[in-house]
Design a binder for this molecule. Structure first.
Ligand code: BTN
Length: 280
């Protein structure tokens, strides 16, 4: 486990954001030792306010690309649009710090690459029928398996860090607390190794970032997407819109056909699929 060897002041980050408990740390299926060559980049916490806070601290202090903050529990797990994220034991809660050599306008390529990577890791490891909901959720059977939050900092027209916080329902039971959510354990009828899933995601992510310049990021997302063709409701910070999701453009915006026949582009928002019969 790195302390200051990677240039990050972990003691300061821990004091502000949480704590590490060595005994739990060795026993956990997310123990940094499980990540082989990546272990020096993994910052494990038994409990933390939010992995987003520690990751921001690390990123500001110059930690390397692909540094990872992972926690067994979060006291104040955050979701999109100011919601909270249920972060009890058994789930997988992490924030990945990336430093892509891109202008901020292209940050969505990294985010969509991450959701494709997670979806592929889940399908590949467990054979689960997983798909994507705009912009970055992974669903199975219409229920939410994972969600993503991001935080970006840019300087001089370049991204300085792009942090992606991902919560995956793995060995927890979200259905008892969150409507419309499901875990891998619920789907498979057995607990799975979270370290194996996180490693598979990181492998997919490395490969995805490597081919990000090929102009096919959105095509890869579309191939797994469940949103196009659906009746949806989209909540943005300003308004709530309903219509038919036509497609997602190369900027990652959702193209929505409204009742008056016009098409609007939604760049940021939370999307809810309506059931095929018309009921939400
Ligand atoms: C969503 O609302 O769908 C996004 C959920 C993101 C949750 C993850 S858990 C790890 C990271 N830390 C947080 O506080 N939130 C993200």
């Amino acid at each position: 486990m790195p302390d200051k060897s990677d240039g990050c002041d972990m003691e300061a980050a821990e004091a502000r954001t949480g704590k590490r408990i060595p005994a739990d740390y060795e026993a956990s299926d997310l123990s940094p030792a499980r990540f082989g060559a990546r272990s020096a980049l993994v910052h494990w916490f038994a409990e933390i306010s939010s992995t987003m806070d520690a990751a921001r601290e690390l990123a500001r202090q110059g930690c390397p690309h692909m540094s990872l903050v992972v926690a067994e529990r979060q006291r104040e797990g955050r979701g999109r649009l100011a919601r909270s994220w249920d972060s009890r034991e058994g789930g997988l809660y992490f924030t990945l710090v990336t430093r892509p050599l891109l202008p901020p306008e292209l940050a969505h390529l990294v985010l969509f690459t991450a959701s494709v990577s997670l979806c592929c890791a889940i399908r590949g490891l467990y054979g689960v029928e997983a798909g994507l909901k705009w912009p970055n959720d992974v669903l199975s059977g219409g229920k939410k398996l994972s969600g993503m939050l991001s935080e970006l900092s840019a300087e001089g027209g370049r991204i300085s860090y792009l942090n992606m916080g991902i919560g995956v329902n793995v060995n927890n039971d979200p259905g008892s607390t969150v409507a419309g959510a499901v875990s891998l354990k619920n789907l498979l009828g057995r607990a799975v190794d979270r370290g194996e899933l996180l490693s598979a995601f990181l492998d997919e992510m490395d490969a995805g970032l490597g081919r990000m310049g090929d102009g096919k990021v959105m095509a890869r997302w579309r191939a797994l997407a469940e949103t196009p063709g659906r009746s949806v409701t989209v909540a943005t910070v300003r308004e709530t819109l309903s219509g038919e999701a036509i497609d997602v453009d190369e900027d990652g915006a959702l193209l929505l056909l409204l009742a008056d026949g016009s098409v609007t582009r939604v760049l940021h928002g939370d999307c809810f699929h309506e059931a095929p019969g018309g009921k939400p």
